[in-house]
Write a protein that binds this ligand. Structure first.
Ligand code: G6P
Length: 367
């Protein structure tokens, strides 16, 4: 029951812990043993063959999910993908190339700007409109041609957690479905689907760091500012980590692509400015390690989230948190979990209203 906190002190924590289950619910019926089932987009899945471009529009946390999808869609399908916040999209002239899919992301399906963007898009000659949404009876679902429900169940905490990771799961399904039509091999599709099957177990494994992260949070809670760094598809996860921290602990947090460090944020780094890095396990690892050295050399305290095979560990100014080693494509989803836990525990230490942060609403239905 969504309105029952069960053993948890806050809805947010309950919802963080529900993620293995709801990710499973999001995958259910959408993948077979080794394939993505295109029937999940409804009877009319022909758009998958025709799509030559994707425009993703959303707000807040949902926008961050869209930013991750850009990496997946362009990487797996080779299809150009642009992502924009709805409040910008709705008020400008947008160039719409032929055969462009208009994709909205929304937990509630009632966000005013996202709905306005959809209504505008319907006049712009898009191939079709697809909503990835958590609420089946929502306006967004009603007004979109196609829907892929995230199946996260009711989310009550204002800071979005399970809605985000299920959006990512649905976006991964969509990315692979488009890629298959663009010539992704059956072998690669099968490997991706196998990886997706492991997601609930990986998320469970990530949750095992809860106690450790709680200890880390004690050290963190007296900070005034924080800088999150990521590269590639982990950059949007850095944005989401910073947003979570801002929303519920009121600590000023910013996210940067790690490669931009020298273009400004490095000037802010000292012992009072913790740096949080999500370390991917790919050819960017060495580059990120050198960014970390730049930070350490300036007395910055590094909170590092990485799997063990990166050979990173606790050092003088490195506070290491282990994240399970997973297929690269899944890293953005699995690395989200420790960041949710970090912001949750920091907020609890600070004594803020975790589920109902000041000035914020669960769904922004007016402009
Ligand atoms: C509000 C909520 C966020 C959410 C955003 C977009 O700001 O507090 O958690 O990400 O709206 O909402 P949506 O329902 O469209 O995903």
């Amino acid at each position: 029951d969504a309105t029952d906190k069960g053993e948890f002190r806050h809805y947010m924590m309950k919802e963080i812990y529900e993620q293995p289950k709801v990710i499973n619910a999001c995958l259910e019926g959408r993948i077979s043993e080794n394939k993505v089932l295109t029937s999940c987009f409804g009877a009319d899945s022909d758009f998958l063959k025709e799509v030559e471009n994707v425009h993703i529009v959303a707000c807040g946390t949902s926008y961050h999910a869209g930013l991750v999808a850009k990496y997946w869609i362009e990487d797996l399908a080779g299809v150009p993908c642009a992502v924009e916040v709805a409040s910008e999209y709705r008020y400008r002239n947008v160039a719409v190339p032929k055969n462009t899919l208009f994709l909205t992301l929304s937990q509630s399906g009632e966000t005013a700007d996202t709905l306005a963007a959809l209504r505008k898009a319907k006049e712009q000659g898009y191939l079709t409109t697809l909503a990835i949404c958590n609420v089946p009876s929502s306006t967004l679902v009603r007004e979109s041609a196609l829907t892929l429900l995230t199946n996260a169940g009711a989310e009550i905490g204002v800071a979005s957690t399970k809605a985000f990771t299920t959006q990512l799961t649905a976006l991964l399904i969509t990315s692979v479905a488009i890629a298959v039509e663009k010539g992704l091999s059956a072998e690669k599709e099968s490997a991706l689907v196998q990886a997706m099957r492991s997601l609930p177990a990986y998320v469970n494994a990530a949750l095992l760091q809860d106690e450790h992260i709680q200890k880390v949070s004690d050290r963190f809670a007296n900070k005034q500012h924080a800088l999150f760094l990521g590269r590639g598809a982990m950059y949007p996860i850095a944005l989401e980590g910073a947003l979570k921290l801002k929303e519920i602990s009121y600590i000023h947090a910013e996210a940067y692509p790690a490669g931009e460090l020298k273009h400004g944020p490095l000037a802010l780094v000292d012992e009072n400015m913790p740096i949080i890095t999500m370390v991917p396990h790919n050819d960017m690892l060495d580059k990120l390690k050198s960014n970390m050295q730049e930070v350490a050399a300036r007395g910055g305290e590094l909170y590092v989230f990485a799997d063990r095979s990166t050979n990173l560990h606790n050092e003088d100014n490195i506070i290491f948190t282990e994240v399970p080693k997973v297929e690269e494509i899944l890293e953005p989803i699995v690395h989200t979990i420790p960041l949710q836990l970090l912001s949750y525990h920091v907020a609890v230490v600070k004594g803020t209203d975790v589920d109902q942060p000041r000035n914020l609403a669960k769904s922004v239905t007016v402009e």
